[in-house]
Write a protein that binds this ligand. Sequence first.
Ligand code: WT7
Length: 683
Amino acid sequence: MSDVRVKFSLDKEVEEELDVFLPPAPLLAGAHVSGLPSYHDLYRSSINDSDRFWATVAAELYFEQGSTKGLEWNFDVRKGAPFTRFMSGARTNVAYNCLERNIKRGLGDKVAFLFEGNDPRDASKITYNQLLEKVVAFSAVLRTRGVGKGDTVSIYLPMISELAIAMLACARIGAIHSVVFAGFSAESLAARIVDAKAKLLVTSDGVFRGTKPIALKPIVDKAAELAAADGCLLPKVIVVEHLKRVSLPDGGKAPQFGPSCSHERDEEWEAAMESVKGVDSRVEWMDAEDSLFILYTSGSTGKPKGILHTTAGYMTYAYQTTKMTFDVHHETDVYWCTADCGWITGHSYVLYGPLMNGLTSVFFEGLPSYPDASRLWQVTEKYKVTKMYTSPTAVRALMAVGDHYVTKYDRRSLQVIGTVGEPINPSAWRWLHKVVGEGRAAIVDTYWQTETGGHVIAPLPGATPLKPGSATFPCFGVEAVLVDSEGRLIEGPGEGNLCFARAWPGMLRGVWGDTDRFAKTYFSSFPGFYFTGDGAKRDEEGYIWVTGRVDDLMNVSGHLLSTAEIESALAAHEKVAEAAVVAAPHDIKGSFPYAFVTLNQGERLTPSLVAELKQLARTKIGPIAVPDIIQQAPGLPKTRSGKVTRRILRKIAEGFDNGLGDTTTLIDESVITQLIAGRPSNA
Ligand code: WT7
């Protein structure tokens, strides 16, 4: 746990140029929080008088029934099971706060989403009134197909309007959505259907990513088969026929994936919507702690965890962090978060947060690289986007192809540019600031997790002086602390394990169906604290610099992967005896999976075996989990107690620039020499 690593040359760059960027003057003027002293004042009250602070925020939202309770929690496993509650006894509905509440305050005819397709020719928009109409209709579809409060619905869709509609329809009736990113394999999807015991699944026939058509329905069919074999029958599948309405890439032909409704359980989306014409479907008032959604994230043990978020706390937190971190004003802003709703960023900052704030936002199906690397800036110019939110991976990839893609479009509307998913290296930060924002925009590096529900460490555009590479200060109500390997608090400047000392409204409430795992994963390393799994440094001025994971998870292009999950995928091959996977640094992706495999007696790692192993990772998890490099290992370096020493494997994968460190506890040091000699030429 104390093995805190620094990715990139964060240290070096920071030492070279320690400059601070003050909030841009125009932002400072009209900001919700203006100037650093205001942040400090508000922050103090959010900690010292937290119940009152959150009651004031909640008062901006609609509650069918209020509550005098604020946050209640226990983080200390020695005193009993950990829990968090917020506004116990209150009743509300998140979809109502996204839709009816805005319509009642006169925003009904305002555009909620500007849908921007994979192909730039495919664009459409929807107002708050129109969105409500669709959500009510789809909630009636769910109800008439037997889905009710507390049931789970799996959603396996690309970034199309039906994804937003399906999520909101679930929230309207109190069904728990479990969105599975439409890049996961059939096996991954099946595991998530089974774990969530989904009553219904929403998907589409397929999708284009750039010029490439991808079939989704066959993946769902396969997943349903696998789930059934695992004793979980998926009763109903709703299929959006998306491919027939998209503009085809020039010269392309419509893909033939077979009929989209091929099974008795299948029903086409439009037909289902037609069938409920005129059917009313009322809002389900939910208790504050009723489940809103589960979202699976990688776990150290390899089995994904269903992170559970509930109603009042998640709602209040997603609303408030969107408002603060991007300093949004619905009267003037056009907001765009490029994330996919298959990840938490899409839940909190594409769907719920922006809608609750009454914003007009871009809802983007496409890729930053299609039709070419200027897409983000072309769309920015087209809609005059004022606040945008993307990932360091995308930034690094765009930075690598040249500034002319950026400069040929007008970006004068941009006021705030946010990043999320992994540490942003100072050079990418500076490029965003200088080239994209032309020095006018505030750059907000937001640190958070699927588990935190919303930002927990992030600057405020009108208040926080920025240091490139630092996510700066804790958000309101968040008490971020560093602890050493013994769990002792580190005061002042220093480096340690990043923990939180108190609950905030948006934090996870559990791991779906696994109370023990919830306690063990987050609260057992350092009793009394929620442990993030990340390492961090704090400088003399209290700025926090998140350095990366200190556990067995790795961050590839902003997505967490479990080394254990990839290892078991590789070890499933009959020729593999043992596999160890570590994160190796990558210029664009941040890091990539580097695999060491020991093979059974007499086997050799031929190119075709490499291809088979990569395919295994692809089918068992998804394309993102495919190791870029697979190296044959005569053996794996192990301690006397038999534990694989990843620290050493990591050094070998990194190119062991700084030596290997202490190797005296290993059983067989000669293995290391052989591993170094055996590094593949592409490593
Ligand atoms: C992990 C959480 C939160 C949405 C996307 C990822 C890393 C995230 C930052 C940042 C440094 C970051 C951490 C964290 N991370 N944002 N701004 N600076 N690291 O959600 O899949 O739950 O991953 O992403 O390692 O623990 P997630």
